[in-house]
Write a new protein. Structure first.
Length: 152
């Protein structure tokens, strides 16, 4: 008899907004993230960037991919007058240049590999734990930049 692995129906989903921050003197890499129980839309990105600015307390130079919600959020923030936001855009179809993609890859392929949550809340808790644990591993955070071939 073949084994059966029972899992919840995957109609629910989580989306994660995240960033790696590099201090101006390059002494510390921070990881910030927000887990959404719905698809990420422009207001989520706007709120995330405003919160990141408040948290870090300094102007932001944000490197983003060209996802529509990213472009829309930057446009809204600029229209609202956000002199603290400076954006550099990654070329299209270049996830290998984005160190945050390595964060997601690490969580999906190590901590959450073969993980079968009981429900969406169980998955939410596992994502929070997986990404949150990265804050304490400086070597691993440096490797995300190395993977993107960015020198620190």
């Amino acid at each position: 008899m073949r084994p059966v692995q029972y899992a919840w129906q995957r109609h629910d989903r989580l989306s994660v907004i995240g960033s790696l921050s590099l201090s101006p003197r390059r002494r510390r890499i921070g990881i910030q993230f927000s887990v959404q129980k719905e698809n990420v839309r422009t207001p989520h990105i706007v709120a995330y960037l405003r919160g990141l600015h408040r948290q870090l307390g300094r102007p932001l130079l944000v490197v983003m991919d060209l996802l529509n919600v990213h472009r829309s959020a930057v446009r809204k923030l600029r229209q609202a007058g956000a002199p603290w936001l400076h954006v550099e855009w990654l070329p299209p179809y270049a996830p290998d240049l984005n160190p945050v993609e390595a964060v997601w890859g690490h969580s999906k392929c190590s901590d959450l590999a073969n993980f079968v949550p009981d429900d969406i809340d169980h998955l939410y808790d596992a994502v929070i734990e997986s990404v949150g644990d990265l804050e304490w591993d400086e070597r691993l955070k440096h490797s995300f930049f190395h993977t993107a071939q960015l020198l620190l």
